[in-house]
Ligand binder design. Sequence first.
Ligand SMILES: Cc1cc2nc3c(=O)[nH]c(=O)nc-3n(C[C@H](O)[C@H](O)[C@H](O)COP(=O)(O)OP(=O)(O)OC[C@H]3O[C@@H](n4cnc5c(N)ncnc54)[C@H](O)[C@@H]3O)c2cc1C
Length: 502
Amino acid sequence: MGDSRITKVVIVGGGTAGWMAAAALSRTMDNLQVRLVESDEIGTVGVGEATIPAIRLFNALIGIDENEFLRETRGTFKLGIQFHDWGRIGDIYMHAFGQIGQSLGMLPFQQYWLRGRNEGVAGRLGDYSLNESAGRHNRFARLPQIPNTNLDGIAYAFHFDAALYAAYLRRIAEGAGVERTEGKIADVRRNGESGHVEAVVLEDGTAIEGELFIDCSGFRALLIEEALETGFEDWTHWLPCDRAIAVPSENAGPARPYTQAIAHKAGWQWRIPLQHRTGNGHVFCSDFISEDEATAVLLENVEGRPLAEPRTLRFRTGMRKQAWNFNVVALGLASGFLEPLESTSIHLIQNGIAKLLAHFPGRDFDAANIDAYNARVRFDYERIRDFVILHYHANERTDSSFWIRCREMAIPDTLAQKIALFRSQGQIVREADELFVEIGWFQVLTGQNIAPRGHHPMADQLARDELAGFFADIETIVARTASQLPAHEDFIAQHCAAGVPA
Ligand SMILES: Cc1cc2nc3c(=O)[nH]c(=O)nc-3n(C[C@H](O)[C@H](O)[C@H](O)COP(=O)(O)OP(=O)(O)OC[C@H]3O[C@@H](n4cnc5c(N)ncnc54)[C@H](O)[C@@H]3O)c2cc1C
């Protein structure tokens, strides 16, 4: 590489995306000068508190001690998402992380479950999920495997305070040599020939030069859009929610080890339990409900006393036409937005960082490398988009025009094909390394009441009483294991409560 090596990286923005990028680059790349510019006056979006299990890989990459991280961010554990009223009013199902049941031979568990369900020998899908059973009883432990079995144990992610998370990452990044500049960027200087960004210029005239710029400026998209006019692909025709009202509240009881997503007439509400408070928000479509009504719906459904005035966030669902353009890579809200229903935004930041590390450029910014990065990021966005659309589209609600419109809308071909294949005999084909695995799709498809016409013929190879015994054994093991786990709040108190010394 010699002379063509990049030595100066400038990160624009100090929200979750900016500090995640700063921590990851400073912990993984030697001889890189990393400077982060942020404006306290502008501030951060201040939400983004539920994650998926892959975040543990990010923590491992930057060498985070998990208990310390949870103490510092007042975090809790997350076993999945519980959905209320999505398919029909009164429905409850969970998209639990981790394994469900056990595969037999070549067939995944869910194929036997489809048959067992039809023949009346299988219970609820969640009865075979340790994550769901533990969640139902507010229990948690770090348990990679169920002892004396070949069944996986608990798979988990976290809920945490977004502001504390950014502050925590900042300490890590600054400790690893990242320099921070406070100030408002007023101008972006580009090279007249190459079109590359050369410097960002602060209001006081200070120019901060770099070779690679990472745009983490949030919805403003200062570099990728305002300066480079990369373009945005709008997906609001598929995901019409465009606003959220957010309000924190006091905890009304022990923190649940899962997120709740409660459907309302024109959107849905999140409940994210932390150690010191609960995060609440109502995501909605402003064509169908006013902000005042949406606020009232949220406040009626908050469990504890509100701790602040509700605030509105506006967004547009979609993605930047290219996440990487010239010498600018956009991460976080600057690169696109998929609403928080499956807690995927922080994951997309992590994913962007991992792929940037894999495709880390030289100063020539080879076009083939940039194209490969953009294609991979697009694939990730599109598959997650499909998964989120599924929740809206596969509904049977008749109580509001919002839900009827979601049901009747045309959906992407990629999703239509997945649903058609599933309807046939319950199969799901995970494409390449798309984020959500078969059992994740299966839980949402069945949770939203899509019933396959049959099951795979190999599932018929077990005799009926063998099948019944198979389900009974797994259910017993799962229930017994779940009942022996500590209460979630006790586990936190023992290992990672804020204020408890390491
Ligand atoms: C309603 C809602 C709920 C969400 N819930 C979840 C969730 O549960 N899970 C999840 O994974 N994600 C969630 N997200 C997404 C998550 O909040 C973001 O992905 C995450 O916070 C990253 O934001 P960011 O760092 O890209 O932007 P921001 O937090 O907006 O940070 C932007 C930064 O850029 C700086 N900046 C901007 N302009 C300038 C300028 N001119 N000069 C200097 N600095 C500037 C700002 O000061 C700030 O530091 C949610 C998002 C929304 C809108």
